[in-house]
Design a protein around this ligand. Structure first.
Ligand SMILES: [Zn+2]
Length: 444
């Protein structure tokens, strides 16, 4: 049985679904103003592992991931420029072009990483009607108020359990975090559900009962998760930096509206750093997924990142990434000589580690130490769970031709040609490992 850590209860417990063998999972998607970086990759790779484990255990998973294409302001709170508008201005494009380009880039890079596609990628801008009626209902219930400036805020003081996800009281939240002041708020902890349009704005603004404006960032996830997964669903996830304010505010909005629990399980992935430092624009140390994939294959990226538990911080360093390369080589190079039958004990042990709050580091260590004790069919199952793709060179005529070429070149001691073919093979996804007599082509 799968056990999962729940941020809401701060405990690990046996995972139970609301409906038998059905899981509704919502993971906050990207704000589409830039290419995905390796922090995104880490988050979505870990939710992919969870998704694959849930399916492996016989669940039918409905996976929703939103696309934030409006309302995410520069400082994540509620002031500053809209991230997408800013990008459009910098690049001389329309906001629609920016949104289209980066949404497609996101889907594309997720595919390259072999991440199972969500069942739906709802866009905030296409759900403004749902958001407006959500906000109207919150006002009717007294949980929100509109101001003369055309903004609508959530009245945090009315929600007695506000802070239950981040395990902090309201007073602590107000003093402990930098909340942007807004002169029309009744209390500093209140947060925006709807923002009045800046003067003269024509793009990304909608008519509403409160005048022209656009939705706040948090409300889109409340409105869209409810629309696609219902009032209460099984799993809500994202990276740990979204526990507060994003998820705390989602819970407040949704539970105020429905009077029901929003999600049963709150799952958060740990932080990612690059060589021990927080990734940031000012440090110029942001690594895009594209850049990472120029050095490491998707299999290697997975095997490197999964060697750190999803809740722990992951440091993107050469040494940590090389561990993924080493393990990929170790596992794949032995694939052809795996036994057809084994006792299955090691395989069961690996599954047991994964069932323990997705303990992928232990699972991979056990696998790496016992590759030959797992049958080929069980290994194929592990490939599926970890999202690994094993490509056989026998099925790839272009690569086979290069390998044959290289073989001839080596026999003729034409090492320049042999090296060129080796590099080309690597590009195609096969690493040449030369033995005394022959060469193995290990998939990357
Ligand atoms: Zn969200």
């Amino acid at each position: 049985m799968l056990h999962l850590y729940n941020t809401l209860t701060a405990k690990k417990a046996e995972f139970q679904t609301i409906q038998p063998n059905k899981v509704g999972m919502y993971v906050c998607g990207p704000t589409v103003y830039d290419y995905d970086h390796i922090g995104h990759a880490r988050t979505y790779l870990n939710f992919d592992l969870l998704n694959r484990m849930l399916r492996f255990q016989g669940n039918e998973v409905t996976y929703i991931q939103n696309i934030t294409d409006v309302g995410h302001l520069m400082n994540d709170a509620e002031t500053g420029k809209d991230k997408i508008k800013q990008k459009a201005q910098e690049t001389g494009q329309t906001t629609a072009q920016v949104i289209e380009h980066f949404s497609e880039a996101h889907k594309d890079v997720m595919k390259r990483l072999n991440i199972l596609s969500p069942d739906n990628y709802p866009k905030a801008s296409e759900h403004v009607k749902d958001i407006i009626s959500f906000v109207e209902e919150l006002i009717e219930k007294g949980y929100a108020y509109a101001t003369t400036e055309g903004n609508v805020y959530f009245r945090v003081s009315k929600k007695a359990d506000y802070g239950k996800l981040s395990h902090r009281g309201i007073a602590e939240i107000v003093t402990g975090t930098r909340i942007e002041p807004a002169k029309d708020k009744l209390s500093p902890a209140d947060f925006a559900l709807w923002k009045a349009a800046p003067f003269g704005a024509t793009e990304m603004v909608w008519d509403s009962p409160w005048g022209k404006g656009f939705p706040g960032w948090h409300i889109e996830c409340s409105a869209m998760s409810r629309k696609y997964l219902g009032d209460t669903f099984d799993i809500h996830g994202s990276a740990v930096e979204h526990v507060f304010p994003h998820h705390e505010n989602e819970i407040a909005q949704s539970e105020a509206l429905t009077g029901k629990e929003m999600a049963k399980w709150w799952v958060h992935t740990g932080l990612l750093s690059v060589n021990g430092q927080k990734m940031s624009k000012s440090l110029r140390n942001t690594v895009s997924v594209d850049e990472a994939l120029q050095e490491y294959s998707p299999n290697e990226l997975r095997l490197a990142m999964y060697q750190t538990h999803y809740r722990r911080p992951f440091d993107y360093t050469r040494a940590n990434m090389e561990q993924g390369v080493v393990l990929r080589r170790k596992i794949f190079s032995q694939y052809n000589s795996l036994p057809e039958q084994t006792s299955g004990d090691i395989y069961q042990q690996i599954i047991a580690y994964l069932e323990d709050d997705l303990d992928s580091p232990q699972a991979l260590q056990c696998w790496g130490n016992n590759i030959n004790k797992i049958s080929k069919s069980d290994t194929n199952r592990l490939f599926d769970i970890f999202g690994l793709i094993y490509r056989r060179i026998e099925d790839d005529p272009a690569a086979q031709r290069l390998a044959a070429d290289r073989h001839v070149a080596r026999q003729n001691k034409d090492f320049l040609t042999a090296d060129n073919r080796k590099a080309e093979l690597l590009q195609l996804g096969y690493e040449a490992v030369d033995n005394d007599e022959s060469t193995d082509y290990v998939p990357r």
